[in-house]
Design a protein around this ligand. Sequence first.
Ligand code: FES
Length: 117
Amino acid sequence: MPQLTIDSLGTYEIPAGRRLINAIIDDARADQHYSCGGQARCTTCRVQFITGEPSKITQAEKDLLVQSKITEPGIRLSCQIECDRDMTIKVISPKPPAKNPNHPADEIVPPAVWTTK
Ligand code: FES
């Protein structure tokens, strides 16, 4: 099982293929925002990769990062990433006081069309 390390929080064993957003909020119980419910529509689920950033990317994530002018190296949308390797990240978009309305589904939404960065 891949290990997910969240800066200043801890290291967690994550089932391979689990969506990173769900590993962050359910397995690590970290304070992470996801206002669109994990559908590649908002960018609030973004994280900073320290190590283990995947080179593959969904077309939906690629399009939204470009559209949102998010160009910093290592900034990715956690709802569009599968835990398929050891990763170390920093949570940079904690949730606001109001509860997030829609828990992200188990599978990537919209259905993943994989490409490269
Ligand atoms: S939760 Fe909205 S883009 Fe990931």
